[in-house]
Design a protein around this ligand. Structure first.
Ligand code: ADP
Ligand code: MG
Length: 655
């Protein structure tokens, strides 16, 4: 690889590094496999750096004066500007050289003043080493993201931090722009789409960034003016111009609103209940409060994916308190905070002179956007389903890497998203794939199909989304899966599950499933073609060609096996009821055919490829034909039952 340029999200709470090569953008993890590096640095008694990241974060309780977090809040600011922050940070914020904000660390030789740039540099240095370990070469250049509201001094401070860490910041880009790039916004209209009618219409994007301690919303306009007159839509790919594509129309936010507030709301609830039980004099030691905070955060995170969670705390002397916290209760606690994020959104819209309906896309960023109630609220305000397919922690770093690749000129070989490059389908019983969207469909595209359950009383259905041309799940690429839960119990085949696949113009796929009778619904979003180069798509196609015959054969055998099993089940049950009424020779004949069919099923289980599908089919057909008398006998029986029930008032008809 030529000299690499990495993308870095230098966050208030967490930082990440990513790279974008021919396989698409991806996050680089540290030696423990962790993607997130907490932006925390601890200094020792001599003022030297001891640890960076998770270990430093753990030490914050023990060394509050020497553990620096949230340094990003201080970058490029004057001490005077930060009066309001005083008292909210455990370490000392002082005026450094020329009045800039700095941090005073106690050391054995007296206080030492450290600039926020130095702190950030330690974080960047760590990320640089993570990248070097992955790439096996030295890394000296990076695209670094900053909040859209950062002024010149704050951007300059970020550049300085990079320089201290041995990195040249080849570009400083806005976090919301990076998030948009990660979703391919601004790229979808590459090659061949510039002539479409709507290509000249500016696209408006809202980026909703709800993190640990801060909330930001930005309204961006993606204008294509910068590519006009270039003679080629591909010009948007070339680095120097691409930065002009996204214009920030407005930003709003709250630097003291984030996931931390939600943790605190849970703690307050618990402490309040503890006090009600054991008297108001309860004083929690700092370590216990810190533990409680961790615990509350865990509960909050759990409630993003489950309906309730159990909370239990013990405060010594046999005093303990236990309760179940439901998602409903948590949502009531969170509601005022969520409302504050919406208020910021309305302000940003007003500042941009736009109504919520004027926003084409809403991109979700930050860990707190995993909370379902946040997603619902955002959808309610903008009237459009927000983008949530990419990990909200990672989306900014991924976008920075995309920008880096654009600058390095490496993105040209990447796949264009104007068409769906590979078919998309869902898994059906037995490991086969039902294709809903065919390869080369132009986007946007939509497809629906009805499915049902295969087992009586089935209340959950797993929807597994796959991409590829082959017939079997194991040969396709898994894009994601989700469960449709809470279907009322019904016999197999009765529920009507409509699955809808929708690929929007940026290639973001949304899959939803709804059970018609109960109205139960579930869905996911994914970005289907990330990480596929044109060569890979070709290879996948070639393989499907080469295997088409076998695949179709196996698909047929699997279907036969599923249907034969259902037949056998039904016939065996009916046979029990009517056995006495059948002639012994007929009975023996049916049973031998059942045995033959079972033989094919067993063979299919061992090795579906070598089963003779035609013979299998013939065995199933012959059993179906032979079992007609069973149907007849069982219908006769049920008629008898109903005639019996009609007596004695009605005259019996002659049989
Ligand atoms: P920042 O942008 O401030 O660096 P992040 O984007 O990393 O912060 O978000 C961190 C916040 O996201 C924390 O408050 C964390 O508890 C919260 N968070 C992470 N995952 C979830 C989840 N699944 N449900 C709810 N909150 C979450
Ligand atoms: Mg962030």
């Amino acid at each position: 690889m030529p000299e690499p340029i990495v993308g870095i999200d230098l966050g208030t709470t967490n930082s990440l590094v990513a790279i974008c090569d021919a396989a698409g953008p991806r996050i680089l993890t540290d030696e423990d496999g962790e993607a997130l590096l907490p932006s925390v640095v601890r200094f020792d008694e001599r003022g030297a750096v001891t640890v960076v990241g998770r270990a430093a974060r753990e030490s914050a309780v023990e060394f509050p004066l020497a553990t620096v977090y949230s340094a990003k809040r201080l970058m490029g600011r004057s001490a005077a500007e930060l009066e309001s922050l005083r008292g909210r940070l455990p370490y000392r914020v002082v005026a450094g050289p020329r009045g800039v904000a700095a941090i005073e660390i106690p050391t054995v030789v007296g206080p030492r003043v450290i600039t926020p740039q130095e702190v950030a540099a330690h974080v960047l240095e760590r990320l640089r080493r993570v990248a070097e370990r992955h790439l096996g070469q030295s890394v000296q250049r990076a695209v670094i993201t900053v909040p859209a509201y950062f002024d010149d001094a704050q951007r300059q401070a970020t550049r300085d931090a990079a320089r201290i860490a041995g990195l040249e910041a080849v570009r400083i880009i806005n976090e919301p722009t990076a998030a948009s790039l990660a979703y391919g916004l601004g790229h979808a209209r590459r090659a061949g789409r510039a002539d479409l009618a709507d290509a000249s219409k500016p696209e408006r994007i809202a980026v909703f960034d709800f993190g640990g301690g801060t909330f930001d919303v930005s309204i961006l306009e993606l204008s294509r003016e910068s590519t006009a007159g270039q003679g080629s839509a591909d010009a948007s790919l070339s680095g120097e111009r691409s930065g002009e594509l996204f214009q920030v129309l407005s930003t709003a936010g709250d630097t003291a609103l984030g996931g931390d507030d939600l943790d605190r709301a849970i703690i307050d609830l618990l402490v309040g209940e503890l006090q009600a039980r054991f008297g108001t004099s309860i004083e929690l030691p700092p370590a216990a409060r810190q533990a409680l905070r961790r615990f509350a955060e865990g509960a909050k995170v759990a409630l993003s994916s489950q309906e309730s969670t159990r909370l239990a705390i013990s405060i010594g002397e046999g005093r303990s308190h236990e309760r179940v916290l439901t998602r409903d209760e948590f949502e009531r606690l969170a509601a005022p905070y969520i409302e504050r994020t919406l208020r910021c959104c309305r302000r940003a819209l007003t500042d941009a002179g736009l109504s919520p309906e004027a926003i084409d896309r809403v991109v979700m960023v930050g860990g707190s956007t995993r909370i379902p109630a946040v997603r619902t609220a955002v959808e309610g305000l903008f009237g459009t389903r927000p983008y949530t397919a990419l990990d909200p922690d990672q989306v900014v770093a991924l976008g920075a890497a995309v920008q880096a690749a654009i600058i390095a000129g490496q993105r040209r070989d990447l796949l264009l998203l104007d068409v769906v490059p590979l078919s998309i389908g869902i898994e059906t019983v037995g490991g086969a794939v039902a294709k809903l969207v065919m390869k080369n469909s132009t986007i946007p595209t939509r497809a629906t199909e009805m499915f049902s359950t295969s087992v009586d009383g089935q209340v959950n259905v797993r929807i597994h989304v796959l991409q590829g041309e082959r017939e079997l799940v194991q040969h396709c690429r898994s894009l994601g899966q989700f469960d449709l839960q809470g279907i009322p119990p019904m016999p197999a085949g009765i529920p009507q599950i409509e699955v809808e696949l929708l690929v929007d113009q940026n290639g973001v796929l949304e899959v939803s499933a709804v059970e018609r009778r109960s109205g139960k619904r579930a869905s996911i979003q994914v970005v289907p073609s990330y990480g596929l180069t044109a060569e890979e798509v070709e290879r996948i196609e070639r393989e499907s060609f080469a295997h088409a015959r076998t695949d179709m054969h196996v698909h047929r055998v699997i279907d036969l096996r599923v249907n034969s099993n259902l037949d056998l089940m039904w016939i065996a049950a009916a046979l029990e009821r009517v056995r006495g009424e059948l002639e012994p020779t007929l009975l023996a004949d049916i049973e031998s055919r059942m045995g033959a069919l079972r033989g094919f099923i067993a063979a299919a289980d061992r090795d579906a490829v070598s089963v003779d599908a035609d013979a299998f089919y013939a065995a199933k057909e012959s059993l179906d034909r032979a079992s007609v008398p069973i149907h007849e006998a069982s219908i006769r029986q049920s008629l008898q039952v109903s005639t019996d029930m009609r007596s004695p008032h009605q005259p019996q008809s002659e049989a």
